[in-house]
Ligand binder design. Structure first.
Ligand code: EPZ
Length: 430
């Protein structure tokens, strides 16, 4: 398995281009197969989860033309199978969007039960509730979710929680249903809005995305489009907290500052300077950071996907910080790994109490999931000495060329796949 080996202590300084949003791209790639014409998607992140999904739609007959690593043309005209089931698709969460897309277009879909980061039980009851409200029958057999409908008719659906996945999946199933669908308590994340905008560019009729209530009028078909995916707010936030933790000064470019407001607000609270430009944000870390309190919430609150990253930064902030995780029930697994690096964190239920320390020290740690893995990299960049992050395949699911981008900011980090290469790195950095 590949690893990152990191020598900490260098402040991150410079500019970094942020890629397209993974969690928007998953819904958009799934939605693309709903047209029988060619759809062009730009600013696609070249990350493992997206490549797995592109492979999955190609396996069922969609034409997938990779124009370059960030641009793809997709045509769903020749889809011949409605069953998506392979060893890779089981590993990603976004696979379940093919349920909504295939059900919405063909009134039938069979998709392997979704995988994804192990941060809680992550049921899909709200997705099923939405599909059934539209007139589908949904069964789970042999590790597959099987959804089928004679007809899909618009419905008034109340989500029990503002689920990102369920909101996107129900939108996909409803855009070609007969009549009007209303989704109450809808998720408002930027990537939900991006999927809705993409569907509208294909001829769908969706209003209210980004608010609690999304209104959809079914259309008979969807058509070709050219679309560019929004920047990834979580990738941007990860670099912003890495700058704070390493006492650096970076500019994240090609971003939408409004999508980063929750992260920027917390960076200001801990003592950083934050400057917003049209499509960039600059973060200048203070010499001594101070504690803060936060609770993860749905958008526009502080994103759960940035919780491990800010918590890692807070281990180096003077005072005691409190981080409460309100979205997932098991998203503090990385704390044990940070403790191996000298962090002082106590987890009580869904709250982490973080006592700031003077320094972290390098150690061999594991990437337990995507964002936990990113936080191990932040810790390694800030720590004294050498850190080896194992199982970086998790990190590669959602971050494109992370080591390369960090090196361009002065970070001493290499991707290696053997102990010999780790030793070589140690000798090189001294
Ligand atoms: C999406 O997951 C993201 N993944 C997650 O990002 C992100 O953490 C999450 O939204 C919240 O923002 C993708 O977009 C691929 P939810 P999703 O449905 O859709 C419960 C990353 O790091 N729930 O909004 O699975 C669920 O258990 C990943 O990029 C139900 O109970 O999240 C959770 O507690 C990690 N029943 C809460 O709702 C359901 O049917 C929010 O989940 C659906 C969800």
């Amino acid at each position: 398995m590949e690893q990152y080996v990191i020598k900490g202590g260098n402040p991150l300084v410079g500019e970094v281009e942020i890629g397209g949003a993974k969690n928007a791209a998953l819904g958009i790639v799934a939605a693309a197969i709903m047209a029988d014409e060619t759809v062009t998607i730009e600013n696609l992140p070249d990350v493992r989860d997206i490549n797995v999904l592109l492979n999955a739609i190609e396996c069922i007959g969609a034409i997938v033309d990779r124009v370059d690593s960030h641009t793809v043309r997709i045509n769903g005209r020749y889809i011949g199978s409605l069953c998506v089931d392979n060893e890779y698709i089981k590993k990603i969460r976004g696979s379940y969007y093919l349920l909504g897309a295939l059900l919405g277009k063909y009134k039938k879909a069979e998709v392997a039960l979704p995988g994804g980061c192990n941060i809680g039980s992550r049921p899909i009851d709200q997705h099923i509730k939405g599909f059934e409200a539209l007139g589908a029958t949904v069964d789970i057999e042999y590790g597959l979710i099987i959804a089928e409908a004679e007809r899909l008719r618009g419905s008034h659906i109340f989500l029990d929680m503002a689920s990102v996945g369920a909101t996107i999946n129900i939108m996909l199933a409803a855009v070609m249903a007969e009549g009007r669908t209303i989704i109450e308590n809808a998720a408002k994340e930027p990537h939900v809005v991006d999927v809705a905008n993409f569907l509208n560019s294909m001829g769908a009729n969706i209003k209210g995305a980004g608010t609690d209530v999304i209104r959809i009028r079914g259309v008979a078909s969807l058509h070709k489009t050219e679309y560019s995916i929004i920047p990834d707010q979580i990738e941007a936030g990860t670099f912003m907290f890495a700058a704070a933790a390493t006492k650096g000064d970076i500019m994240v470019k090609s971003v939408i500052p409004k999508h980063l407001e929750a992260a920027s607000a917390k960076l200001l609270e801990i003592g950083c300077e934050v400057e917003e430009f049209d499509d960039a944000v600059r973060v200048v870390a203070a010499k001594q950071l101070r504690q803060t309190h936060l609770k993860t919430l749905t958008y526009p609150g502080f994103p759960t996907d940035m919780q491990p990253q800010i918590a890692t930064t807070l281990t180096l902030c003077r005072g005691t910080s409190i981080v409460t995780e309100s979205i997932f029930e098991n998203r503090f697994k990385y704390v044990d790994e940070l403790s191996r690096m000298g962090a002082k964190i106590k987890v009580e239920g869904n709250t982490a109490i973080i006592e700031g320390v003077e320094k972290l020290t390098g150690a061999r740690v594991n990437a337990l999931d995507l964002r936990a893995g990113a936080s191990m990299v932040i810790a390694g960049l800030a720590a004294e000495g050498i850190t080896v992050v194992e199982d970086i395949v998790y990190i590669q699911r959602g971050y494109e060329r992370l080591d390369e981008k960090l090196r361009s900011l002065g970070g001493q980090i290499e991707r290696v796949s053997s102990e010999k290469e780790v030793q070589k790195f140690r000798l090189m950095v001294g």
